[in-house]
Design a protein around this ligand. Structure first.
Ligand SMILES: NC(=O)c1ccc[n+]([C@@H]2O[C@H](COP(=O)([O-])OP(=O)(O)OC[C@H]3O[C@@H](n4cnc5c(N)ncnc54)[C@H](O)[C@@H]3O)[C@@H](O)[C@H]2O)c1
Length: 246
């Protein structure tokens, strides 16, 4: 079954859009007619994303820098109008043993995985409300539910994203803004595709109820559903897209 989404003339901001899930999401919204602000700190890879569609505008920004986030929002809104769909997707799953990590590493992990979700949402929500409402989609993960090792800071951020998502749903719902999260399972992005062994594929197919690999476009499709009117009464949820890991 083919689903045709229509985001004609909506301004959609997708972070972490230079690669993987973010790139697939930016392309999905662009194909559905949106004007897309694709945000990433990797300028070179971001330019490659922007070359894939003339509806995508690449905006280089380090989301660990709150001043840069403020400038990003100002420029994006003044050039392309109010953002009515925000996909907070950028993240880094750096493995750091908890007992040897430095305070600086801990703060950095929360900054690149959690803080910018909150700051971007706070800066964009007033304009979104003024424009009649919209949707925020935050990228969590199943990693913290499955207890993967050496990822405590990442788990803290990804679990925090679910709390943030629910708080935003409560506070922004009366203003016409829905807030949901996606928790992807094992997604085969370009970054990991080259490292995937036959054993990993076989293990994944046994772990999942659906014995197929999860592609970035599977997560993009979920983000588009959550942002669409088809999910008009869905808010405060975290949708697990993991092929049914048991
Ligand atoms: N791939 C998976 O299996 C998987 C599973 C669960 C959750 N996730 C989450 O989905 C999201 C996307 O994952 P992915 O696999 O596509 O990752 P990816 O590494 O392929 O892409 C992430 C992008 O975010 C950008 N980024 C990182 N830090 C940034 C910063 N400070 N400022 C601006 N841009 C920054 C990177 O440059 C990169 O382009 C992440 O939040 C990740 O935690 C991924």
């Amino acid at each position: 079954m083919n689903i045709v989404w229509d985001f004609s003339d909506r301004h959609v901001m997708v972070t972490g859009a230079a690669a993987g899930i973010g790139r697939a999401t930016a392309l999905g919204f662009a194909a559905a007619g949106a004007r897309v602000s694709a945000v990433d700190m990797n300028a070179e890879a971001l330019a490659e994303t922007a070359e894939l569609s003339d509806r995508i505008n690449g905006r280089t920004c380090d989301l660990a820098d709150s001043g840069a986030i403020r400038s990003l929002v100002e420029a994006a809104v003044s050039e392309q109008g109010q953002v009515t769909v925000l996909v907070n997707n950028a993240g880094v799953d750096r493995r750091i043993p908890f007992d040897t990590q430095t305070e600086e590493q801990w703060r950095w992990m929360l900054s690149v995985n959690l803080d910018h979700h909150a700051l971007l949402s706070a800066l964009i929500a007033p304009g979104m409300a003024e424009a009649g409402g919209g949707a925020i989609v935050n990228m969590s993960s199943t990693a913290w539910m499955k207890l993967a090792g050496n990822l405590t800071a990442y788990h803290t951020a990804k679990a925090g994203i679910v709390g943030l998502t629910r708080g935003l749903a409560r506070d922004l719902g009366p203003k016409g803004i829905r807030s949901n999260a996606i928790a992807p399972g094992r997604v085969v992005t370009e970054r990991v595709a080259g490292e995937v062994s036959d054993e990993w594929v076989a293990e994944t197919q046994v772990l999942q109820c659906i014995p197929d690999l999860i592609r970035p476009s599977d997560i993009a499709d979920c983000a588009m559903w959550l942002a669409s009117d088809a999910a008009r009464m869905v808010t405060g949820q975290c949708i697990v897209v993991d092929g049914g890991v048991v």
